[in-house]
Design a protein around this ligand. Sequence first.
Ligand code: ADP
Ligand code: MG
Length: 321
Amino acid sequence: MAGEFELIRRFFQEATSCRSDVLLGIGDDCALLQPLVGSALAVSSDTLVSGRHFTPDVDPEALGHKALAVNLSDLAAMGAEPAWVSLCLTLPQADEEWLAGFTRGFAGLADGCGVQLVGGDTTRGPLSVSVMVQGFVDPARALRRGAARAGDLVYVSGTLGDAGLALRCRQDPHMQRWLHPALEERLDRPLPRLGLGMRLGSFSRCAIDISDGLGADLGHVCEMSGVGALLDLERLPMSDHVRAYVEATGDWPVVLSAGDDYELVFTVPPQHAAVFDEATAAWDVPVTRVGVIEQAGGLRARAPDGGIIEEVSGGYEHFRA
Ligand code: ADP
Ligand code: MG
């Protein structure tokens, strides 16, 4: 056992590039980290469990990427700049090939985002991956879920429903014709919107990442802010693949309620909207205005025919054509 875990440590010891604020990395009882003076430390963790969040035969490289991506997405949704990550792995066995793939996916994303792996734990047991990320944010610019106000405009980044459609296609043999590699890429290798999150601090006080679907996650914002929202279904940004699917089937729920896209939904006060729209034209991530925050609680949607659908977060079924 000791030998195997020695091997695992070797896999992770130099997996990622070094940051100057890591005084002591992997190998001692603790890592020693130098937080940025004047910033708050933003901390988040997420666990992925075999059989619940992925299938046991998952591509280890995709799993390594996704386990980190879903955590970094939380930093993005806070407007934080990522710095450090720790990794707790429970493995049925120390399979070198599997670990090499996992590390490639994990470290590839970490290096791309300037994050250093600074520690973790390795135990034997049913496969699960637990990640904790830490980053920096000016607390006055942090994007909180409770900061939406009536009249704010609601925006989302990227496109919605890609990952959800890919997942449904994988689970349902009758859906095969809608599957496309671009959709699978979005499901397996989501890209956290870190750059966007950090820039939003100049325009927004409120964001959440879309892990459970726009309806559910915007619902959390509404609840914590004591407000409601009206979404414009026709404005929801879709990839060509999802649009073709939705137009053929009327399956709007895939855009509203399917999770795993890891886009950001955020609010911008109306007085900042013009400046914001102008600024975003030069950004590499598309953002789309999809609705407005309202005083009355609950989530409503304006259908393409102009009718208002009440209680969107409850029953998605009445969207079906
Ligand atoms: P301890 O007995 O003090 O808990 P461990 O043997 O678990 O120490 O770990 C030794 C070192 O290796 C520590 O610095 C720990 O952070 C690091 N480490 C162990 N597993 C991992 C992992 N999966 N990823 C990154 N670092 C790890
Ligand atoms: Mg340990």
